[in-house]
Design a protein around this ligand. Structure first.
Ligand SMILES: Cc1cc2nc3c(=O)[nH]c(=O)nc-3n(C[C@H](O)[C@H](O)[C@H](O)COP(=O)(O)O)c2cc1C
Length: 219
């Protein structure tokens, strides 16, 4: 198995796969890597649906703007964010888990202050529109764990966020809207050569130089 650094460097978006199936234990290792991802307040909103059925892959391919490789790959993992993890019931349960597991005793700053915790617990649950960003952001972390584990195992993937209407994915599986489809990940063995790395911004361009972004000042 590759190290994390090797997997980060080797990962590519692959859009052509051989038809060979992938073993169940590899899929399980990918899901296990996703399960261990960090999330704000340990909400763990990610949910995964493993699809092997050809007819369903065909439907998914149609929903995902007819990207054919989704139909051609042996396994597709549909990744959802679960709004239920942000409900009041889930919040209370999580708080108790945090106390019971001893995690609460390792909190620091304001999060170590029981009064502050009681205060944030008393705040109303934000409306759904305000939960979309945390649901998606936290689920994305788990998805990247899953993708990197696939690479470490010698498999190839491609993030697919190209679908017009996420509700179509819910309808395909008969799921209610507490689960928000956030990405579709085809997984398989790459056909042909792994392409060279796609261009990335140089390091200097991703470092924020405050004077270049300062408000009200000449640049
Ligand atoms: C959130 C997200 C959504 C993406 N959606 C698609 C997609 O719908 N179809 C596709 O072919 N590639 C998709 N990609 C892959 C990107 O095009 C790819 O990561 C980028 O071009 C860099 O190439 P690399 O992954 O090989 O480094 C997506 C990537 C991300 C992170």
């Amino acid at each position: 198995m590759f190290t994390v650094w090797e997997a980060i460097k080797r990962r590519r978006s692959i859009r052509k796969f051989v038809p060979d199936d992938i073993p169940e234990d590899m899929v399980n290792q990918m899901l296990e890597a996703a399960r261990l991802a960090p999330s704000a307040s340990n909400r763990q909103p990610w949910r995964f649906l493993v699809v092997r059925d050809k007819e369903i892959r065909k439907q998914l391919s149609r929903i995902c703007l007819r990207q054919r490789f989704i139909e051609e790959v042996p396994v597709v993992i549909v990744c959802f964010g679960d709004f239920e993890r942000y409900s009041d019931t889930a919040r209370k349960k999580r708080r108790q888990e945090s106390v019971d597991s001893g995690v609460a005793s390792t909190a620091s700053g304001l999060f170590a202050d029981p009064e502050f915790i009681a205060y944030i617990d008393s705040l109303p649950i934000p409306p759904r529109e305000q939960l979309v960003t945390p649901v998606v952001a936290n689920t994305y972390i788990a998805i990247e764990h899953l993708v990197l584990m696939a690479t470490a195992l010698g498999l190839s993937t491609c993030w697919v966020g190209g679908f017009e209407d996420p509700a179509e994915i819910n309808r395909l599986f008969g799921l209610d809207d507490t689960l928000l489809p956030v990405a579709v990940i085809p997984v398989g063995y790459a056909a042909g050569q792994i392409p060279p790395p796609r261009p990335r911004l140089p390091l200097e361009e991703i470092i924020v130089k405050p004077w270049m972004h300062a408000t009200g000042k000449e640049k």
